[in-house]
Design a protein around this ligand. Structure first.
Ligand SMILES: CCCC(=O)OP(=O)(O)O
Length: 306
């Protein structure tokens, strides 16, 4: 498979695949409904929209989205919308679940629910895929939204999730930079120590399918000039496809810096679940929500074929 290097390429790829049914939790939002409208136009997805029916219908009219009566399912609260959207996926009435205008914590509680959620045996983790101006490839940030302070063991599993995801986008050997505040191992700075351990686990074949290195500062992970200036010699330095961040604070700040200072678009998914799960910020654009749907279509097709 040809490697996907841009979000528009992901959209084009999704258009060639089987459309999926997406269950949206709390769909009463302009940006969500614009993404729904555009995904339907491109025939990459059908939808089941859970939320306040009147509100969904009035916003849909504003964005020129025509809905049939079976596409909207009225719910009385956001929690009910999350539970019902996840249930739709569990009982195979939908293939993908998507966060709408609801807090990530409420949405994730439904996804992670032990009896009624979409857990597998794996650690679930979030990845945000950015097209950043001036960077020559897609940059994956993990985990900016789900694992608050992952342990070393959890970081290994977060890496395994993102490696499989990169493979689904045709990147067979992604370059992964484990980020910290500095690029040397400092026993007083746990992220630097864990980055070194993960690097060694990759070298010894305990984490396969990628080239992992670290610790790196952000500069030398994504800038060849910075890496050369600091005399860092690594296949990954300046060319990272994936940034493993130390914790949710670093990841979420980096995510929102790329959006608000960098003007980047993105796609966001939860990995490791039974079905694709779309999770973006409530404030992300409809373009980013559409790209997320495209990535979910690709992931669904990949999961069917492996
Ligand atoms: C993937 C970003 C998660 C997030 O921060 O969501 P909200 O902005 O909706 O809180």
């Amino acid at each position: 498979m040809e490697m996907i290097k841009a979000l528009d390429q992901a959209l084009a790829k999704a258009e060639m695949l089987e459309p999926v049914t997406v269950a949206v939790a709390a769909a009463e939002d302009i940006e969500v409904l614009e993404a729904v409208r555009d995904a339907k136009k491109r025939n990459i997805a059908q939808f089941r929209l859970f939320g306040d029916q009147q509100h969904i219908e009035s916003l849909s009219e504003k964005v020129g989205l025509e809905l049939t009566s079976d596409e909207v399912i009225h719910t009385k609260s956001h929690l009910e919308a999350c539970a019902k959207a996840v249930e739709a996926v569990r009982i195979d009435r939908a293939d993908v679940v998507m966060k709408g205008m609801v807090h990530s914590s409420d949405f994730l509680r439904a996804v992670l629910n032990k009896e009624k959620g979409l857990r597998t045996g794996k650690v679930l983790s979030h990845v945000a895929v950015f097209e950043a101006p001036g960077y020559d490839r897609l940059i994956h940030i993990t985990d900016p939204a789900l694992n608050v302070a992952p342990t070393l063991q959890e970081k290994k599993q977060i890496l395994e999730n993102v490696i499989e995801f990169c493979h689904s986008l045709g990147n067979e050997n992604p370059k992964i930079a484990c980020l910290a505040a500095v690029e040397v191992v400092n026993p007083n700075m746990p992220p630097t120590v864990e980055a070194a351990v993960l690097t060694q686990m990759n070298r010894r074949g305990q984490i396969k399918g990628a080239v992992i290195d670290g610790p790196f500062g952000l500069d030398n992970a994504v800038s060849i000039r910075a890496a050369k200036h600091k005399k860092i010699d690594s296949e990954v330095a300046g060319r990272a496809d994936v940034l493993l961040v130390p914790d949710i604070e670093a990841g979420n700040l980096l995510y929102k810096s790329l959006v608000y200072f960098g003007g980047s678009h993105l796609g966001g998914l939860v990995l490791g679940a039974r079905n694709p799960v779309i999770l973006t910020s409530r404030a992300d654009t409809h373009e980013s929500k559409l790209y997320s749907i495209a990535l979910a279509v690709i992931q669904a097709s990949y999961q069917k074929n492996v």
